[in-house]
Ligand binder design. Sequence first.
Ligand code: COA
Length: 339
Amino acid sequence: MTIKSQNNFGLNFVGSGSATPSQIIKNDDLRIRVETNDLWIKTRTGISERRIIGENESLTGLSSQAGQGAIQMAGWDPENIDLLILATSTPDDLFGSAAQIQASLGAKKAVVFDLTAACSGFLFAVVTACQYLLNGSMNKALVIGADQLSRWVDWDDRGSCILFGDGAGAVAIQSIPEAENGLLGFRLRSDGSRGNCLNLKSIEEYKPLVKDSIYQKGGFSPINMNGQEVYKFAVREVPTILDELLSETNVKPSDLDWLLLHQANQRILDAVADRFKIPYEKVLSNLASYGNTSAATIPLMLDEAVKDGRVKPGDLIASSGFGAGLSWGAALFRWHGPL
Ligand code: COA
């Protein structure tokens, strides 16, 4: 979908922030737990280590830190933020963790809520926030992508536990006159009929309530994943959705400054780049250090590349997220930086 502003509003990405846990788990550390090795993990995934939340850290804490970083870069007063969306599948509170983040940031005026779309959550949340900015009803939105999948990984399943890590990233998005709009287009997709290849389901345990009635006890089973099916889904759907988005916006792959994909597996990143003949130097990757941090991967990667000067104001970025649901999406935007 190309962007059609309703009231002559556009938007810009004006700040980024990120935060990762201090505890580092290297590939070789996992050998103590499951039968695996550094070479296998590196060759099949590109991952060398991941960060896992320990005792004195939390998803809410990392999210607040990431949000704070984006607010600072944007030069915003937190009291002027209109909207805060936390994209996560692993909140500290099932009623939503966004409000605790709002309180710690002092974003008193902001409407806040959690949004769940697994590893696609950040892109889904950015597109959601952008609707409010483009229709003129809001001016400043903070979007945070954060996950603590380490809570739900089966640490005895070598087929999946090697992939995931914890982290948080954020972007500050501000409405501006339409002529300078930095979001060129987006596409989002979902397909529940293929959801069984990656899920984190509630447990089916029933307890007696009163008389003959029962209730379902709360809790979730560990992540269940068919790696090969998810791999095939990603290398088929991500190029397709990016292709549709580029055609719709009349952008050629060679026009892109950066490809910013959900960091799930280096082989998936390389396959998408090959499909569009995009040189690997233009494909942002920090998988080696963090693994797959779910909703956090895209803003975490963006923040790193903005801070180290790779991504510069005006750079054109094609981003795509994909994951459980199944869900996937793509967005085409220009990084602006502080106004
Ligand atoms: N260490 C060593 N060997 C392992 C292993 C590990 N951690 N995990 C699996 N193996 C073994 C398998 O048992 C199998 O052995 P076999 O040939 O003796 O049966 C062999 O390695 C190949 O397994 P396979 O599952 O075919 O590997 P793969 O090349 O498909 O790689 C993934 C597995 C999970 C890395 C890959 O499928 C993948 O990344 N899929 C996408 C997952 C994903 O991104 N999920 C999140 C999406 S948001």
